[in-house]
Design a protein around this ligand. Structure first.
Ligand SMILES: *Cc1c(COP(=O)(O)O)cnc(C)c1O
Length: 415
C-alpha cells in the first residue's frame, strides 16, 4: 500500500491532502502515516510468529511520544539509549519489562533509574559497566537483568558512520571477553544473566551479515551452556535496511527464515531492536519553495527546510526522494534543493527533476527515521512540527517550536 499517493494531482497522506496540513500547521512539517508504522511493525511481528520473540523498537530512530504510544498499543517493547528515552517510554506507559537499555556510555543516574523502573535487560558494553551496574543493584538491594553485547566482527557493508559490528568499532566486546564476563557475572549476587546481544550497524541491505553475526552469537550461547550458564534470549539488534532509492530492501520473511535456521533447535527467545525498518518510510517532510535562482547555469530551489531539520543528506550523503505536493505545469528543471542555512553542505537533494514555482510545496520522503530526532536549532531555526495522520484524521504530536522556546534556557551575560 502507498501511504503517500496522488489523488487528483495532489499528494495525500492516507486520506488527508498534504496542502491541508501546511495550511493548518505551516512548514516545514514532518508527517507520519499511522498505517505505515502499523504495517511495518506487523510485518516484522508476523515474520517471527512461529518462535517466541520480542520487538524492542529502537527509540532513537523516532522518539516522538505519538509514535511511541502508537507502538505501545501494538505491543512493542523498546530499546533505549539514555535516561531521556527511558522517561519517554515510561510516559507512554510502555511495559517496563519489555525495555532494553543499550549504549556504550550509560551513566550511574540512568542505570539507577532504569533498575528502579524494572526494565527487562541492560545490554552491557564493557567490563566497567558490568561492575557499575552490579554496584548500583547491590546498593539498591535488588538484582539487575543483563545481557552482554558482543562485537561479532562482521562487515555490515553499510555507510562507515553507521557500521558498528567491526572489531575496531567502539561497540560491544569481543567474543573472548564476553565469555570471561559471563563467568564473572555468574558470580555476582545482584546480577541476573538473561541474554546476549549484538547490533552490527544500520541500513544493512544484505541478509548475510546478520546470519554471520547470529552464527558467532550462537557459538557463544553453546559454549556458555556447556559451562552451566543458560541464556533465555538472543537479541540480534536492529539495522534492517529499507528502500530509499533503488536499493533492494531486505525481505523480512527471508530474514526471519535465515535467522531461525541459524538458531536451529535452540530454545532462546529472539529479541530484535529495529528502528529504521519500522518508521523510515512512514514519514515525509513538507517544505515550501522560498526562491528559485540560477547561478552559473545551475538551478537552485531554496526551500524552508534545511540541514538543521534533516541532516541525513549532509551527514551520510543520503538520497531522499522528493516530489511535488501539487502537480504543476511549470517548466520542469533539474534543481538542487537547498535550505537557508549558511553552509554549502546545506542541501536536501541534488539534481532532481521537478516542476515547481515559488511558494510550491515539496515532500521529502523516507524521513521517518533519523529525521526530526537529529534536528537542531542551528542558525537559531525553530524545530519543525510533527503530525500523525490516521485515515482522514491529522493529529499534531509536536507543536512547532517558537523562538521563545529556543531562548528559554539562556540569559544575557551580566557584565
Ligand atoms: C541504532 C540502534 C538500533 C536501531 O538501528 P536501526 O538501523 O534503526 O534498526 C538498534 N540497536 C542499537 C543498539 C542501536 O544502537
Amino acid at each position: 500500500m502507498d501511504y503517500f499517493a496522488y489523488q487528483n494531482g495532489e499528494l495525500w497522506a492516507e486520506q488527508v491532502p498534504l496542502s491541508q496540513i501546511v495550511s493548518d500547521y505551516g512548514s516545514p512539517t514532518f508527517v507520519y502515516s499511522r498505517a505505515a508504522i502499523e504495517d511495518a511493525y506487523q510485518r516484522f511481528d508476523n515474520a517471527f510468529s512461529h518462535h517466541d520473540h520480542r520487538i524492542c523498537y529502537a527509540v532513537k530512530a523516532n522518539s516522538n511520544l505519538g509514535v511511541l504510544s502508537l507502538l505501545t498499543s501494538l505491543g512493542a517493547g523498546f530499546d533505549i539509549v539514555s535516561g531521556g528515552e527511558l522517561e519517554r517510554v515510561l510516559k507512554v506507559g510502555a511495559p517496563t519489562d519489555k525495555i532494553v537499555f543499550s549504549g556504550v556510555g550509560k551513566q550511574a543516574w540512568e542505570i539507577e533509574k532504569a533498575i528502579l523502573a524494572g526494565i527487562g535487560c541492560f545490554n552491557i558494553e564493557s567490563e566497567q559497566e558490568l561492575d557499575l551496574i552490579s554496584n548500583i543493584a547491590t546498593k539498591l538491594d535488588t538484582s539487575a537483568p543483563i545481557s552482554i553485547r558482543v562485537n561479532p566482527d562482521v562487515n555490515a557493508r553499510t555507510h562507515p558512520y553507521i557500521s558498528t559490528g567491526l572489531r575496531e568499532n567502539k561497540f560491544g566486546v569481543s567474543s573472548l571477553i564476553a565469555r570471561e564476563m559471563y563467568e564473572q557475572a555468574s558470580e555476582l549476587t545482584h546480577i541476573e544473566i538473561v541474554g546476549i546481544d549484538c547490533h552490527i550497524g544500520s541500513q544493512i541491505t544484505d541478509i548475510a551479515p546478520f546470519t554471520e553475526a547470529m552464527q558467532r552469537v550462537v557459538e557463544i550461547v553453546d559454549d556458555l551452556e556447556a559451562i552451566g550458564i543458560t541464556l533465555k534470549h538472543i537479541d540480534l539488534g536492529g539495522g534492517i535496511g529499507v528502500q530509499y532509492q533503488d536499493e533492494t530492501p531486505i525481505d523480512i520473511e527471508e530474514y526471519a527464515a535465515a535467522i531461525l535456521q541459524t538458531l536451529g533447535h535452540r530454545q532462546q527467545s529472539l529479541w530484535f531492536e529495529p528502528g529504521r525498518y519500522i518508521v523510515a518510510n512512514a514519514g515525509i517532510l513538507l517544505s515550501r519553495v522560498l526562491t528559485l535562482k540560477e547561478n552559473e547555469g545551475k538551478h537552485f530551489a531554496v526551500i524552508d527546510a534545511a540541514m538543521n531539520d534533516l541532516i541525513r543528506p549532509a551527514l551520510y550523503q543520503s538520497w531522499q526522494k522528493v516530489s511535488e505536493v501539487r502537480l504543476s505545469d511549470s517548466e520542469p528543471r533539474f534543481y538542487e534543493l537547498v535550505g537557508p542555512v549558511c553552509e554549502t553542505g546545506d542541501f536536501l537533494a541534488r539534481d532532481r527533476h521537478l516542476a515547481i514555482e515559488v511558494n510550491a510545496l515539496v515532500a521529502i520522503h523516507s524521513v521517518g527515521a533519523y529525521g526530526f530526532v537529529m534536528s537542531s536549532n542551528y542558525n537559531s531555526r525553530s524545530r519543525a512540527a510533527e503530525i500523525i495522520v490516521s485515515g482522514s484524521d491529522a493529529q499534531c504530536v509536536r507543536k512547532r517550536e517558537s523562538v521563545e522556546d529556543q531562548l528559554r534556557l539562556e540569559s544575557v551575560f551580566r557584565l
